[in-house]
Design a protein around this ligand. Structure first.
Ligand code: ADE
Ligand code: ZN
Length: 324
């Protein structure tokens, strides 16, 4: 039997609940005695949605399967195990405290559950997992600030950064500047979704008004050469998720995706899966389908670690292992 040598990989843009495969959603719902919403799945058992906003709704419906701290632990463990089997050595998960708060699970208990899933995956697969606390843009700046306050008041060694997802068309980055300022002053790395469903102006605003070193997606920057030059000059890393972008209809297919244009313009890019089962993708598939050679993929994997918000010692160790 031959063993396939996998290209080393790392990921810094994957949403916790967005990583739940339909089978796991069903398993969790059954375990919790919950009937999943009837419109959650299509006729093929895949998640049903038709555009960006209905995808966000569908995402919220999947969250109804989660009830206990153990569920959150199992979800992060399950994703890290899957990513490790595809060759990932490091994954940063976007985790929103909104759902556990609604369930009456304290922030500390929720983090302890996530940490136990991360530790289990680490023991079994050697993968390193970390958490980015993510606020949800359409829920507004007050909720984001409240979340940031909890994050800085209750630090956890696995929480390494702060981000923002949700409906990019709502509010403006500057509205969230107080939340970002608070976490940034405490030394946390920051990222924000921008330039996904809204054009380059959304990325300009995020890099002007928020202390971000990374942008989630940011692919619409390819529509503005001056913006690509600015991202390259400042070394702002894009968390590119081509499969997600194509599935959400931003581009007709992978050939039309601007990944290569961004690379040619010197923009530092990484490859990520976003919400893999929703978009019928995975980290491994993203690497496979990127249209890049082995050497370029290795550069991207290293860049992903470099752009991650993990502590310096762990970063050094991960980079060293990638060379070996
Ligand atoms: N939440 C989960 N996936 C997202 C995406 N692709 N864009 C914005 N918010 C999200
Ligand atoms: Zn995302």
């Amino acid at each position: 039997m031959t063993t396939k040598i996998l290209t080393p990989k790392a990921e810094i843009h994957c949403h916790l609940e967005g990583s739940i495969p339909p089978a796991l959603a069903r398993e969790l719902a059954e375990r919790n005695g919950i009937a999943l919403p009837s419109n959650l799945f299509d006729g093929n058992g895949h998640y049903a949605w038709k555009d960006f906003l209905s995808f966000l709704d569908s995402y919220d419906r999947v969250c109804t399967a989660l009830k206990t701290p153990r569920d959150f632990s199992d979800v992060i463990y399950s994703y890290l195990a899957t990513a490790a089997r595809e060759g990932a050595t490091y994954v940063e998960m976007f985790c929103s405290p909104e759902r556990p708060a609604k369930l009456g699970i304290s922030y500390a208990d929720w983090l302890a559950a996530l940490a136990s899933g991360i530790d289990r995956a680490g023991r079994e697969f050697g993968i390193v997992g970390r958490i980015i606390i993510i606020c949800i843009r359409h829920l507004g700046p007050e909720r984001a600030l409240a979340m940031a306050k909890v994050m800085v008041a209750e630090p956890h060694p696995y929480v390494v950064g702060f981000g923002m997802g949700g409906d990019e068309a709502r509010f403006a980055p500057i509205d969230f500047a107080p939340a970002y300022r608070l976490v940034h002053e405490k030394g946390y790395g920051c990222t924000a979704h921008a330039g996904e469903v809204v054009g380059p102006e959304s990325v300009w605003a995020a890099i002007r008004d928020l202390p971000v070193t990374r942008i989630g997606h940011g692919v619409r920057s390819a529509e503005d050469p001056a913006l690509m030059a600015e991202l390259a000059r400042r070394g702002i890393v894009l968390e590119v998720c081509p499969g997600s972008n194509v599935a959400l209809g931003l581009y007709a297919d992978r050939a039309a995706h601007p990944l290569h244009r961004l690379i040619d313009a010197g923009v530092p890019v990484t490859l990520n899966s976003d919400d893999p089962p929703f978009f019928h993708t995975s980290l491994g598939l993203e690497y496979e389908m990127a249209g890049l050679g082995e050497q370029e993929l290795r550069v991207i994997a290293r860049r992903t670690i470099e752009a991650s918000f993990v502590d310096a010692d762990t970063k050094r160790k991960l980079l060293k292992e990638m060379v070996a």
